[in-house]
Design a protein around this ligand. Structure first.
Ligand SMILES: Cc1ncc(COP(=O)(O)O)c(C=O)c1O
Length: 284
């Protein structure tokens, strides 16, 4: 496996070694967190749900008024990165970041500015067995802004919450806003009550996860009832099962919330069934 520096990455129209990328300190991503991104899984050198990710990227770009990017071209970029990094591409994560571009620092949108585009592969994270054995999460107040549907690179609240989770030996911090469960720092969350899967509806309070979409499709296909409604914080502890959904986590069973055990204290049957179906989708 190549180390990160030997990887070939994409930067503003060219492919180059990661070490050769030079980004200006005036880049608005650096100065303001003024940009958006996608994290996409690559299984067996094939990009998983690329069109869904590009659709979400288009949404984010539209909402933050970055209009001049050919989003469709990024599929070609992803495929080229796979060709140029064949070893890593066996089991990888494709990261794409777009910022508004580089200009003298001013809050206002600069005129005549081209977005900065960076894309790179990295090896998929390890730790599948630990995830499958069941995870602890903690609940924290949602300190984020009101447009969580935009996949903003401004992730300070997520970073602080994820770090707090690590300090408490938890895999993920899940946010609570107005006494309901929204989502995790890098995952969506669902709970099972009497066989029905419940998860927060899409809208401004959560990121519409691609994994969440796949899970809801699987539920539909397998006649598992779904209710897209917010779960009250107090009720979460009464769930039979809880699971996380995300590109790097895939489906992650939750067996502990703060210091309280959930259900049987082991990954539940609905979660495991969905995990199995999810892996079948990947294998196809
Ligand atoms: C805040 C947040 N919610 C949910 C998700 C899950 O989305 P996806 O399944 O597309 O990875 C992510 C992914 O990074 C995220 O950052």
């Amino acid at each position: 496996m190549k180390n990160g520096r030997e990887m070939i990455v994409y930067y503003n129209g060219s492919y180059m070694q990661k070490d050769s990328v030079s980004i200006s300190p005036d880049d608005r991503g650096f100065l303001f967190g003024d940009g958006t991104y996608e994290v996409i899984r690559v299984y067996n050198s094939r990009i998983f749900r690329m069109s869904d990710h590009l659709k979400r990227l288009k949404h984010s770009l539209h909402e933050i008024e970055i209009r001049s990017l050919d989003v469709a071209h990024l599929e070609h970029v992803g495929k080229t990165l796979i060709e140029k990094n064949p070893e890593t591409a066996q089991d990888a994560v494709l990261y794409i970041q777009v910022t508004r571009g580089t200009a003298a620092r001013s809050h206002l949108f600069p005129e005549h500015i081209e977005p900065t585009v960076y894309a790179a592969l990295s090896g998929a994270p390890a730790g599948r067995t630990a995830i499958d054995n069941g995870l602890k999460i903690i609940l924290l107040q949602d300190q984020r802004w009101g447009r969580c549907d935009i996949k903003s690179i401004s992730l300070l609240a997520n970073v602080l919450a994820a770090e707090e989770a690590r300090k408490q030996d938890a895999y993920e911090a899940v946010f609570v806003r107005d006494s309901v469960i929204t989502e995790g720092t890098r995952t969506n969350i669902a709970a099972v009550f009497d066989g029905t899967v419940e998860t927060h509806p899409t809208g401004h309070r959560i990121l519409g996860g691609i994994t969440r979409d796949v899970v809801l499709e699987l539920c539909h296909r397998e006649n598992i009832p779904v209710r897209e409604q917010a779960i009250a914080e107090a009720r979460l502890y009464e769930a039979d099962e809880i699971f996380l959904m995300g590109t790097t986590t895939e489906i992650g069973p939750v067996i502990r919330v703060n210091d309280r055990e959930i259900g049987s204290g082991r990954p539940g049957p609905v979660t495991q069934r969905l995990q199995k179906s999810f892996r079948a989708v990947i294998a196809r």
